[in-house]
Design a protein around this ligand. Structure first.
Ligand code: FMN
Length: 220
């Protein structure tokens, strides 16, 4: 697998130079990633209905140009939960990110840290949470909590000990997404992995892939 990213000297690789819009990332990813991994990231459930509705909703927003203003002090920085970030958006939690880039969670954590953006580490990561927290001490941690108070307490304890100051709880995975469209059987078979991010917490037992977005998991 080829993996390209912006070089630290600011010079873009040939692949990234060809990226002019968000949509361009998709065609580069389709060409670069193995098909099951691209499918895992790209697919959304049930004919992409919710994904399309989200895109349509975001499409309703537009910049309001104002002219002949003093722009010498302009800034996109915002305060979120007592921390100043460079922009009002960041990196959402994405499970199994290390499948699409070498130690992907660290790549995301370092990039967010360098750019001053919020970054949420997924509770379904393949990289230990301690390593991500070390790479970016301002990263947040996302968890799927269970109905088991002891397991939840053990998880929260480890998250805090790892140095995370912000915990995000995902509550919208009450039912599994549509298996057929979320991840083909072939891809599910290739993702038999254990997650060091959480396996030591005792928060969940992971005998195989258990990421809700792969359609095979048991996120409870
Ligand atoms: C490949 C992939 C993996 C994801 N993994 C997680 C996850 O581990 N935990 C979580 O809370 N959300 C996860 N999400 C949901 C995203 O964090 C985000 O909420 C969702 O994609 C909607 O945001 P968007 O419209 O910017 O894509 C995942 C989404 C994708 C596409």
């Amino acid at each position: 697998m080829t993996y390209t990213r912006a070089r630290s000297d600011g010079v873009l690789s040939r692949t990234l130079k060809a990226v002019r819009s968000l949509e361009d990332f998709e065609s580069v990813a389709r060409r670069t990633l193995p098909a099951p991994i691209f499918g895992y990231i790209h697919a959304s459930a049930d004919g992409q209905a919710a994904a399309q509705t989200n895109r349509d909703a975001f499409g309703e927003f537009e910049f309001l140009p104002r002219f002949l203003r003093d722009v010498s002090e302009r800034s996109t920085a915002v305060d979120v939960l007592g921390h100043r970030y460079a922009a009002p958006f960041g990196i959402a939690p994405m499970g199994l990110s290390a499948l699409s880039a070498y130690r992907g969670d660290l790549v995301l954590a370092e990039a967010a840290g360098a750019l001053g953006l919020p970054m949420v580490m997924s509770g379904s990561s393949l990289i230990p949470m301690e390593a991500v927290s070390q790479a970016n001490p301002d990263a947040w941690f996302q968890a799927y909590v269970t109905g088991d108070t002891d397991r939840n307490a053990a998880l929260v304890d480890r998250v805090a000990k790892a140095g995370f100051k912000t915990l995000v709880i995902t509550v919208d995975v009450q039912a599994q997404p549509n298996l057929e469209t979320t991840m083909p059987e072939e891809a599910r078979r290739s993702f038999r992995v254990r997650s060091p991010a959480i396996s030591r917490t005792g928060a969940r037992s992971l005998s195989s892939t258990s990421h809700p977005y792969d359609g095979s998991g048991t996120a409870t």
